[in-house]
Design a protein around this ligand. Structure first.
Ligand code: ASN
Ligand code: ZN
Length: 329
């Protein structure tokens, strides 16, 4: 296992896993299943070219340097790998120790990132207008988590299961960002705050009160399965915030949150680590491709009961957080 130096745009100077090949190095992370980071060089198809060079220093912190997006993407993939392995005991996306790969510099002025099952890879655009490259830790974790959801519950990407699929990616995006504890990009319950996708400084999504984005829903309602999955994710994202941090106003790592409940009743926090563990175990042992909000409630309460007991504070917190987003018995 060889370590290079990444000069990222969003996370400062970091250590990146690299591989030596003759007199040069490449961005193959041998310590993380040989996860590779490739350059699409504005193309929109194919695997791209593995980043390689002679100095084992990747990027200079500026987006104009071609390697910088590669350094960010490699760092985010590594942070996600480490979180799932060290915290949740999952060894890679398929739990088989095998890495995926990342493709950066997708197309021109492309303001999105995505996971693709067929290539077992994730892809990042450089952003259009004011939007910056989509390579922050939380976006990387969001996309990589789509791979995990795909090979576990397989939540169908439409209707309520689609919202739960999206929320799973946002939940672990937050969990990974907190766990990475990078001084330049501390954890928060915002998604993609570094990208400035709208050019007005707002994040893509808010988990404390999802409706802050103008489109996402704070609470479940009959018919929520008919809206875009990035908006029907709102109640589950809000559930995660409520279970993790409890209801009410709070400031954490300099970010202020406001998390009212739909029933007006308070929720007592069980903590982020337990909330994420419960979601992970529900995803991997309870959820199926057609799980809806009611079934997500049942599954997470079942997991909390198995882990902590029926009369535990954890079961109460999970149950009350669901009530707080209008998912009841
Ligand atoms: N970035 C988006 C996502 O991962 C792409 C999409 O709409 N699937 O959710
Ligand atoms: Zn997504």
């Amino acid at each position: 296992v060889h370590n290079g130096t990444g000069n990222t745009q969003y996370s400062g100077q970091v250590t990146l896993g690299s591989t030596q090949s003759g007199s040069s190095y490449n961005l193959t992370d041998a310590g993380r299943g040989n996860h590779r980071t490739n350059n699409l060089n504005r193309g929109t198809s194919g695997t791209g070219t593995l980043f390689s060079g002679t100095d084992d220093v990747w990027g200079n912190g500026q987006p104009a340097n071609t390697e910088t997006a590669g350094a960010d993407a490699a760092y985010g993939a590594g942070a996600t790998w480490d979180y799932f392995k060290n915290v949740l005991g999952r060894n890679g996306i398929r739990n088989d120790g095998v890495g995926a790969y990342s493709r950066v510099h997708y197309g021109n002025n492309y303001s999105n990132a995505f996971w693709t099952d067929s290539c077992f890879c994730m892809t990042y655009g450089d952003g259009a207008g004011n939007a910056k490259p989509l390579t922050s830790i939380d976006v990387a974790a969001h996309e990589m988590t789509h791979g995990i959801t795909s090979v576990t519950a397989g939540l169908v990407y439409s209707g309520e299961s689609g919202g739960l699929n999206e929320a799973t990616s946002d939940i672990f995006a937050a969990a990974v960002e907190f766990h990475a504890n990078n001084a330049q990009d501390l954890g928060d319950y915002l998604v993609g705050e570094k990208i400035d996708i709208r050019g007005n400084g707002t994040p893509l999504r808010y988990m404390d009160k999802p409706s802050r984005d103008g489109s996402s829903k704070d609470a479940w309602y009959s018919g929520i399965g008919g809206i875009d999955v990035h908006y029907s994710s709102g109640p589950a994202n809000h559930w995660f915030y409520l279970a993790s941090e409890g209801s009410g106003a709070k400031t954490l790592n300099g970010v202020s949150y406001d998390s009212p409940t739909s029933d007006g009743l308070p929720v007592t926090a069980i903590g982020r680590e337990k909330a994420a563990l419960i979601w992970y175990k529900a995803l991997t042992t309870k959820f199926t491709s057609t799980t809806n909000y009611a079934a997500a409630r049942t599954g997470t309460i079942a997991v909390a009961t198995e882990l902590y007991g029926a009369n535990s504070a954890e079961v109460a917190g999970v149950t009350n957080a669901w009530a707080g987003v209008n998912v009841g018995a």
